[in-house]
Ligand binder design. Structure first.
Ligand SMILES: Cc1cc2nc3c(=O)[nH]c(=O)nc-3n(C[C@H](O)[C@H](O)[C@H](O)COP(=O)(O)OP(=O)(O)OC[C@H]3O[C@@H](n4cnc5c(N)ncnc54)[C@H](O)[C@@H]3O)c2cc1C
Length: 365
């Protein structure tokens, strides 16, 4: 359920193992998403092995990281692994084509309304009224969906204080750099994607928008207080008609299994964007979910309980520490004093700063 990175990757991997797979996505490709579009290189060898690395789209190579406090004071650190920049518009569309080529049955413009489990089978109810049955379900419907309410998940009951905004732009900005610039109540990431395009993506407390009424006024009043952001944003030639905006971004803990369904990508937990690791986690967890299910069909796991235990264990080992570190680190951002301290920390202790970045990333796989 859900054709973002976790859903696309898991469906391709399952189909490649000879398992008949259906992928359901409510939108139609290609489409834009709010995302910083920096992908950690920890997943590059996997994508290359699977012939899913989008070389022909010329992703940017990102190796340096700049951090500024609210006043624009900067410190720089090399990225231990580095990453690549590619728009979700292109990357998800490319993976969608790969899924079709692999033989996945992809239903787009199709929304899932409910999923129930009886007699060892799932019944997936679509908004159209159609019902589908399936032996396994991977939920990869992202950070927030009506389905979370249907499944009565705990995190959905709490209001989240964050909103996210994304632009594509032409700006004079170093090709190998990820800039992370603090402002009051948030931070903005800037880096190249493909075709000389630059991604500008920020996370802000919702109070900022409430106080200034609209995005443009909020940016002028709050983001422009940081001189680096003021300079970059006022000189940017914006390429999208309007920014992509999402509300209610939650970093609360979630379960990796719900009523026998395997939860992958943001559906199992969203890492704070400053870590730049959510996409790698979506790809990796989608792969792990597919392995648990294909191990069952290969006879390596004997029953459903074994599938769930294997996936929950792998998920915990690979992702729970970095989600925790991400939540703690985010507290250092969006506040003048704490952001200033973190810039000082990166300047004075570059090797410790690298270690902290490593803690929010996983091993190459
Ligand atoms: C502001 C911000 C900046 C970020 N920057 C970065 C970054 O630079 N690098 C990084 O690695 N990560 C970043 N992330 C995180 C990253 O975007 C996510 O972790 C990643 O997109 C998760 O992929 P996914 O497949 O789990 O979910 P998604 O990509 O969100 O896909 C979920 C899909 O499910 C579909 N769907 C939802 N409900 C239904 C339904 N009922 N029926 C059918 N389909 C449904 C949706 O339409 C969607 O296509 C950022 C996140 C935010 C908020």
């Amino acid at each position: 359920m859900g054709g973002g990175l976790a859903g696309l990757i898991s469906s391709i991997c399952l189909q490649n193992e000879g398992i008949k797979t259906l992928l359901i996505e409510k939108k139609e490709y290609p489409f834009h998403r709010v995302c910083g579009e920096y992908i950690s290189n920890e997943v590059k060898p996997f994508l290359q092995r699977m012939k899913l690395y989008p070389d022909h789209l010329n992703p940017s190579a990102l190796t340096r990281f700049n951090l500024s406090d609210i006043k624009g004071d900067i410190s720089e650190v090399g990225l231990p692994l580095g990453g690549f920049g590619i728009s979700r518009y292109q990357f998800d569309n490319f993976l969608h084509q790969k899924a079709l080529n692999a033989g996945v049955n992809v239903k787009t413009k199709t929304e899932v309304n409910d999923i129930s489990f009886h007699d060892n089978l799932f019944r997936v109810s679509l908004k159209s009224g159609e019902d589908i049955t399936s032996e396994f379900v991977i939920n990869a419907y992202g950070k927030r969906s009506k389905l979370d309410r249907t499944f009565d998940r705990n995190f959905i009951k709490k209001k989240s204080p964050f909103l996210g905004v994304k632009y594509h732009a032409k700006i004079d900005f170093p090709k190998d750099l990820i800039g992370l610039y603090n402002f009051k109540g948030g931070y903005c990431g800037i880096s190249h994607v493909e075709d000389e395009k630059v991604n500008i993506c920020y996370l802000s407390r919702k109070e900022n928008l409430k106080k200034y009424g609209d995005i443009v006024k909020m940016e002028k009043a709050v983001l422009h207080e940081n001189p680096i952001l003021k300079d970059l944003l006022t000189n940017a030639e914006m390429l999208l008609e309007k920014p992509e905006v999402i509300n209610e971004i939650s970093f609360e803990q979630k379960a990796s299994i719900e009523n026998h369904m395997l939860m992958a990508g943001d559906t199992a937990g969203l890492i704070t964007p400053l870590c730049g690791n959510g996409m790698a986690m979506a790809i990796h967890s989608g792969y792990l979910a597919s392995v648990a299910i294909s191990d069952f069909y290969k006879g390596k796991i004997v029953d459903r309980e074994g599938v769930e235990l294997q996936y929950a264990k792998e998920w915990k080992e690979n992702f729970s520490t970095r989600l925790w570190v991400g939540r703690k680190t985010q507290n250092l951002f969006g506040n003048q004093m704490r952001a200033g301290l973190s810039v000082g920390f990166v300047k004075n202790f570059p090797s410790l700063a690298k270690k902290l970045i490593q803690q929010t990333h996983g091993e190459v796989f």
